[in-house]
Design a binder for this molecule. Structure first.
Ligand SMILES: Nc1ncnc2c1ncn2[C@@H]1O[C@H](COP(=O)(O)OP(=O)(O)OP(=O)(O)O)[C@@H](O)[C@H]1O
Length: 272
């Protein structure tokens, strides 16, 4: 039985698709209108951790913006079935999206930036929320920085604040666009551990863009490979590694074999 099924059985949930994308086409408006996609499909099951890898400019961030409802498909469809509901096209405000740029509000402190989604949702548990978010800041190594403004934080620290703010939205589906791209190797390793624990305990579904192949293998159930050129469809690699996962796995024969397989597939698809 797969992890999703075990979790689903344990919690009495139905095993369903959370996200379905069928024959997606999109071109940015403008005189040239070069299509980014012309026929792209993917499916995500509840509770999966999926990475998307591909060369710079192939359309990964555009795909996330479309899933988040910030862009509408030219043709094809995107359907989301959040919180066990029936699949529908409504997406704006329903998924937690962390874009590549941290987009923190410069006039709000780290704590207040993280509290923003709760403030906007007009929840009324200010003290409780602040205590919960302060604890998250502590877990992310940001204790003592609650009152700091974004300009007083390093790039990696801002990235962590933005990550917490994304988590705080409470959405079942998280879209993370290179969340650890700017971090040093040791901080990244620590946050991998944290993210894996969190994902295991919170029943989140994660879509994750990365250029780091080891990161993709360590975290994911499946990896989607995105080629350049609008006519691309996504290729898929299943990461058959046991969970819980740790960095020591990087040296195990199965991990090394999967890494070689991933690189071969990226090369064959002319992605690298
Ligand atoms: N607002 C926009 N208007 C016009 N073209 C755009 C816009 N945003 C992105 N593009 C183009 O769409 C294509 C896909 O861009 P996108 O940012 O999705 O790529 P990406 O795979 O996320 O790249 P990276 O890995 O470098 O972040 C690129 O050719 C880019 O130039």
């Amino acid at each position: 039985m797969e992890r999703n099924e075990i979790q689903a059985t344990k919690e009495g949930l139905r095993i369903t698709e959370l996200l379905s994308i069928q024959h997606l086409a999109y071109s940015f408006p403008g005189p040239v209108r070069t299509p980014v996609f012309s026929n792209l499909s993917m499916k995500v099951r509840r509770g999966e951790f999926i990475s998307v890898v591909g060369a710079s400019g192939c359309g990964k961030s555009t795909l996330f913006r479309m899933i988040a409802g910030l862009l509408e498909p030219g043709s094809g469809e995107i359907r989301l079935a959040l919180d066990g509901g029936t699949p529908g096209p409504q997406r704006l405000g329903k998924v937690a999206y962390m874009p590549q740029q941290d987009l923190l509000l410069p006039w709000r402190t780290a704590l207040d930036n993280c509290l923003l989604p709760l403030t906007l949702s007009r929840r009324n548990n200010k003290q409780e929320d602040a205590a919960r978010v302060s604890e998250m800041l502590r877990q992310f190594g940001l204790a003592g920085y609650e009152a700091a403004y974004p300009r007083e934080l390093s790039g990696g620290m801002r990235q962590r604040v933005a990550f917490i703010r994304t988590l705080v939205t409470g959405s079942e589906l998280m879209l993370l666009d290179e969340p650890f791209g700017a971090l040093d190797a040791l901080t990244k390793r620590e946050l991998h551990r944290w993210l894996l624990d969190l994902w295991g305990s919170l029943n989140k579904t994660v879509l994750f863009i990365t250029h780091d192949l080891e990161e993709a293998l360590l975290l994911s159930d499946r990896i989607y490979l995105m080629a350049a050129g609008p006519e691309k469809d996504l290729e898929e690699l299943t990461v058959e590694l046991p969970r819980p996962r740790t960095h020591t796995m990087n040296y195990e024969p199965r991990f090394i074999e999967l890494r070689a397989q991933l690189e071969r597939r990226l090369y064959e698809s002319k992605i690298i």
